[in-house]
Design a protein around this ligand. Structure first.
Ligand code: NAD
Ligand code: UFG
Length: 385
């Protein structure tokens, strides 16, 4: 049901529940624009947290692959502007619902409405979650409620609608810190903070959930360090406040928004003493989600954890120097004490992703720096005015 145009860019309000005089509680808007046919339009995918950094890049790839994503996001860490840009990039329609994964009634309504429209939701990509490690130490209950309880509500609604495929955003942070590198999926789990424990708990819940019904399938994607942005420069990472992570901090220093980068420790047992991580381009990561959706349509396995990384470690100094070389912008920096909780080195063994998903990261560190800087320099305030 289309209403009046909601803005000058041609988006339309869509009330996804036609019997309602207005949107049900929890839904403030949904919109669609530029209708074009979807090759895979007979079923839909629910994408929770789709307006976020990784979700938005994944929407572009899903739309390009012909899927019909339905976004559910409470915009607690994102903006609806992102979705407008995704639509413009993909040249396709997106249905978005503002609401929370903890709202079971809303979720049941979304599943029911899509089925009623003859496009039942066939699977879920579950990005929605809080992700700041430091904040999770200060507000653990908020993290357990949002990430763990929220996922339980989502799974209950999936059960009620008989939706049995889910791709879950997990993290390399679930692994126990160890010198045995690279991390394979069999590496011992042992997250070091409440955020990581929410991910490990949800993994356990999904393992148990999939074990009690033969049709249930879980692709549990353990991301290493996603950075960069869409090469168009239209979508990218837009952290609120001071960035916690290295790459957005570097780009904000490059902008002049922050005076210098603080390098947390140069006395690690690594080649140059700074921390080593496995940085992976967000577009590569996004494409892995499309592969994971396809994988779930074919496999018989219930729960499959899969690392998403390049398999290569890069130090803080190497990343900074690469950024300077690619962009021509110098990054003032100073060495500080180690950040509590950090480990020296972490990188993935991505062999399972290659074997099962036929996925491999193809974009280089140069691409990550060039694309990330294009986004940040053209959008110094992120999605803000
Ligand atoms: P993000 O914060 O940009 O995106 C998360 C989205 O979920 C946001 O749009 C937010 O508004 C939404 N959201 C949060 N709680 C919600 C709720 N209760 N109901 C509805 N929407 C909700 O984060 P991201 O970087 O895109 O990460 C996506 C997922 O990947 C998260 O689960 C995160 O924990 C995980 N992850 C991220 C990284 C990383 O470095 N970015 C690494 C490993 C894992
Ligand atoms: N670092 C700095 N200065 C900064 C920020 C980071 O020197 O201002 C260093 C860190 O000490 C570390 C490296 O840069 O050596 C990477 O740090 P990030 O914070 O960017 O990434 P982490 O590997 O610590 O953690 C991130 C997410 C986690 C996620 C993990 C694996 O914050 O939530 O990647 O995916 F679990």
């Amino acid at each position: 049901m289309l209403g009046a145009p909601s803005d000058s860019r041609g988006c339309f309000f869509v009330l996804p529940f036609p019997k309602c005089a207005g949107p049900p509680p929890g839904i403030r808007f949904a919109y669609a624009a530029m209708n074009r046919p979807y090759p895979r339009a007979s079923s839909s995918l629910l994408v929770t947290g789709g307006a976020g950094y990784i979700g938005s890049h994944t929407l572009v790839e899903l739309l390009a692959a012909g899927y019909r994503p339905i976004v559910l996001d409470n915009f607690s860490n994102s903006s609806s502007e992102t979705l407008r840009r995704v639509e413009a990039l993909a040249g396709k329609t997106l249905t978005a619902i503002e609401g929370d994964i903890g709202d079971g009634e809303l979720l049941r309504g979304i599943f029911a409405e899509q089925a009623r429209q003859g496009r039942p939701i066939s699977g879920v990509i579950h990005f929605a979650g809080l992700k700041a490690v430091g904040e999770s130490v200060e507000q653990p209950l908020r993290y357990y409620r949002n990430n763990v309880s929220g996922t339980l509500v989502l799974l209950a609604a999936m059960d009620a609608a008989d939706v049995r495929h889910i791709v879950f955003s997990s993290s390399a942070t679930v692994y126990r810190a160890s010198a045995a590198l690279p991390y394979t999926e069999d590496h011992t789990l042992g997250p070091a903070n409440p955020y990581g424990r929410t991910k490990a708990m949800v993994e356990q819940i999904l393992r148990d959930w999939s074990a009690c019904d033969r049709g249930r399938r879980v692709a549990c994607l353990r991301y290493f360090n996603p950075i960069g942005a869409h090469p168009s420069g239209r979508i990218g990472e837009a952290p609120q406040g001071v960035p916690n992570n290295l790459f957005p901090y570097i780009t904000q220093v490059a902008l002049g928004a922050r005076p210098r980068l603080h390098i947390f420790g140069n006395d690690y047992p690594t080649p140059d003493g700074t921390g080593v991580r496995d940085y992976v381009h967000v577009v590569d990561l996004a494409r892995a989600h499309v592969k994971a959706v396809e994988y779930l349509e074919q496999v018989t396995e219930g729960f499959t954890p899969i690392n998403l990384g390049t398999g290569r470690g890069t130090s803080v100094l190497e990343l900074v120097q690469m950024f300077e070389r690619v962009t021509g912008v110098s990054i003032p920096r100073e060495i500080q004490a180690r950040r509590p909780g950090d480990i020296a080195e972490a990188y993935a063994d991505p062999a399972r992703a290659t074997a099962l998903l036929r996925w491999r990261a193809t974009r280089t560190l140069e691409d990550m720096c060039a694309d990330g800087w294009r986004w940040q320099s053209r959008n110094p305030k992120g999605y803000g005015p």
